[in-house]
Design a protein around this ligand. Structure first.
Ligand code: SF4
Length: 694
């Protein structure tokens, strides 16, 4: 891969939502030296195994380098004309809701902005959703219900300042390793700091836990509902904060009071004594941060779980101050940036929902009278509509839904049946790309230029240090060229990501009198080239913490308690298991990049399933033999990893392997497409499956 820069370039890791700063230094031999950026406030020089191996993932092996139509190389003009022409024809014949864009938390904010503007602002449909729907949609919905805005209150420093960290549904040690390292260091320096882990699995993260509550799936909900009742019953709430800064406390408490400790313990599947210890630590400790991730979000009751956690922080007034608050950590590098530009189907733009006022405001800003009037189809519904023939043209950007969506075989069938599929991706080898009529080569990490936002609202630059290979182009350029060919050229007259970012900044500030937390006014005159990592909102200066003044973004300025009723326990029929899916330490999503680094594959070389020794014995499954997992949605054959880290009756399988890397290892084929009723995030951690030796 040809280099454009030889001095060290300051950029950002493209993997998880920690958003670590990276120093990339191209070498004379063509390689790139990678180091953590000591000045980046997310990582202060640290990198995890994936980040430090970034230099080993930059070869052009497996790259899509030229546009293709029907599998044959085409010119950019031919490919772009085909995409624009077919989208235009489809819209003219069937209406704007017959087309869709499915994006990704891998897109940079500028890419996302332009794609969202095209679909919602000019095509006039809400049908732009993203794989971030699979990642943090329940956190978004929970934030909006409680705070009136999708705002993460705190920051990473709070994890070091806390006296108690509660980790819920998070294997931080593998999935956000640098954040985990920061906690390990803080705990070593302050041994009185406590960590509670709430997770069905005894993951590596349990190594730092003073208490591990190995709940059954979705048992975390009851824990936090019961905690609210416990705090109230023992007079351990903050009555002044509740009275002055919140609403809905009585209603939430009335539901919670039906959940005494013994009932909670039974629903959670953990000993009452362990619940008692957790409750007493939470009650006695002022500085508490509750960190939650996909074990909370990827559930059919994910939004309620988010609010059950937030309720406990509101009841104790522990929010917006140093070392305390609820804290959602996102899976992807730019899930936050995507939601900031409105890249979810239920959002219009710049943290604005669809209302007559916002549609008018955004329409005036964009100079369009065809702005979508209503939310579009969310991920699961989008592919279901495709299967029914209602979506007739789809553009998939920087993601691989044939492997990562629930009921992945049905998603593949929907794409195969769809009359027109466009895939823009840096990789030639994806199971989704195979279904495409037009493939567009996109720029990859090291070539892309733009911004991302990490889990603590910090905007950082990704900067290029490699030339664009072959005919690859940045995603924003590809979208604007299609927009131009569809007749929207005047509004997509972009020459650089800096120009797009400036427009994004201006939209966040447009007619924003403090009613929207996403306000980047202060970045309006910033030099994009040298932009330092900055936490939004940036009105006059960056904001490290939100809501410390007790004022929220609801109409009455008060945070809202949400009554939460824990879901009934998920009890699969006798003989079947609950399948939990997730990540391993050294691979990322569907391995199109990490699969290139031999040392990353040394950690786990092939797809596997973890199961408890008692289950293995009952099914006559021996260690390291092959196991077939199956249900009515599909099947996968994986290696048995027998371990007492699993609860009996629960299985865990990683999501990374695809038909490109290991045939029959696609576990998302087995995952149910059941979704949370508020956020429409799928329950990726609770599929019912059978297991048998092969
Ligand atoms: Fe990259 Fe996340 Fe690792 Fe940091 S912790 S180096 S952002 S994968």
């Amino acid at each position: 891969n040809q280099q454009v820069a030889s001095p060290t370039v300051r950029t950002t890791c493209p993997y998880c939502g920690v958003g670590c700063g990276v120093l990339a230094t191209p070498q004379a031999d063509g390689s790139v030296a990678i180091a953590g950026d000591p000045d980046h406030p997310a990582n202060f020089g640290r990198l995890c195994s994936k980040g430090s191996a970034l230099g080993e993932t930059l070869s052009l092996d497996g790259r899509l380098l030229y546009p293709e139509i029907a599998g044959d190389r085409a010119s950019w003009d031919e490919a772009l004309d085909r995409v624009a022409g077919t989208f235009r024809q489809t819209i003219d014949q069937f209406g704007p809701d017959s087309v869709a864009i499915f994006g990704s938390g891998q897109l940079l904010t500028e890419d996302y902005y332009v794609a969202n503007k095209l679909m919602k602002g000019f095509i006039g449909s809400g049908n732009m959703d993203t794989n971030s729907r699979l990642c943090m949609a329940s956190s978004v919905a929970g934030h909006k219900r409680a705070f009136g805005s999708d705002t993460v209150p705190g920051n990473y420093e709070d994890l070091e300042l806390a006296d108690l960290i509660v980790l819920v549904g998070s294997n931080l040690g593998w999935c956000h390793p640098v954040l985990y390292q920061r906690i390990v260091k803080a705990k070593a320096e302050r041994p009185d700091m406590r960590v509670v882990l709430i997770d069905p699995r005894r993951t590596v993260t349990a190594d730092i836990a003073d208490l591990h509550l190995a709940v059954q799936s979705d048992g975390d909900s009851a824990l936090f509902v019961g905690l609210l009742a416990h705090l109230a019953q023992h007079g351990l709430t903050a009555p002044d904060f509740i009275a002055d800064h919140t609403s809905g406390y009585s209603a939430a408490l009335m539901v919670a009071e039906d959940w005494p400790l013994e009932r909670v313990a039974e629903a959670a599947g953990v000993p009452p004594k362990a619940v008692e210890i957790f409750y007493s630590w939470f009650a006695q400790t002022e500085k508490v941060v509750t960190v939650y991730s996909q074990g909370v979000n990827q559930s059919a009751s994910g939004t309620d779980k988010v609010n059950a956690i937030i309720n406990c922080h509101l009841a104790t007034g522990r929010i917006g101050r140093a070392g305390m608050g609820p804290f959602s950590v996102t899976g992807q590098p730019n899930a936050m940036g995507g939601r900031e530009v409105g890249g979810l189907a239920n959002m219009l733009a710049a943290h604005m929902d669809f209302t007559p006022e916002t549609i008018d405001r955004v329409g005036r800003f964009w100079g369009s009278n065809t702005v979508a009037k209503a939310p579009g189809l969310k991920a699961v519904d989008m592919f279901a509509a495709m299967a029914r023939g209602e979506i007739k043209a789809v553009w998939i950007m920087a993601t691989n839904p044939v492997d990562s969506m629930p009921e992945a075989d049905a998603v593949r069938a929907a794409l195969v049946a769809c009359p027109f599929v466009v895939v823009s991706d840096m990789s030639a080898r994806t199971d989704t790309g195979i279904t495409a009529h037009v493939r567009l080569p996109a720029a990859g990490w090291g070539e892309k230029d733009g911004t991302v936002t990490n889990s603590e609202r910090r905007i950082s630059r990704q900067r290029p240090f490699l030339a664009l290979p072959g005919e690859a182009r940045p995603d924003w350029w590809i979208v604007k060229e299609v927009a131009r060919r569809m007749g929207f050229g005047q509004s997509f007259d972009y020459e650089s990501p800096a120009q797009i970012f400036a427009e994004h900044v201006a939209l966040t500030a447009f007619e924003n009198e403090g009613s929207r937390s996403l306000d980047l006014t202060g970045l309006g005159g910033a030099d994009y080239a040298t932009l330092a990592p900055t936490q939004w909102p940036v009105r006059r200066k960056p904001t490290a913490r939100m809501f410390g003044d007790g004022r929220f973004l609801t109409p009455d300025g008060k945070a809202r308690f949400v009554p939460v009723l824990p879901p009934p326990p998920f009890a699969p029929p006798p003989g079947s298991f609950i399948l939990n899916t997730g990540r391993v330490r050294d691979h990322w999503h569907t391995m199109t990049r990490t699969g290139k680094a031999a040392r990353l594959s040394a950690h786990y070389a092939e797809p596997f399933v973890e199961l408890h020794p008692a289950d293995a014995e009952r099914l006559n499954i021996r260690r390291a033999t092959l196991v077939r997992l199956s249900n009515r949605h599909g099947s996968a054959v994986v290696r048995a990893l027998v371990t007492d880290r699993q609860r009996p009756g629960h299985l865990f399988a990683p999501m990374h392997w695809t038909d490109q890397f290991a045939s029959s290892g696609r576990v998302d084929a087995l995952v149910t497409a059941k979704v949370d009723p508020v956020s429409s995030q799928p329950a990726l951690k609770m599929a019912e499956v059978h297991a048998e030796p092969v």
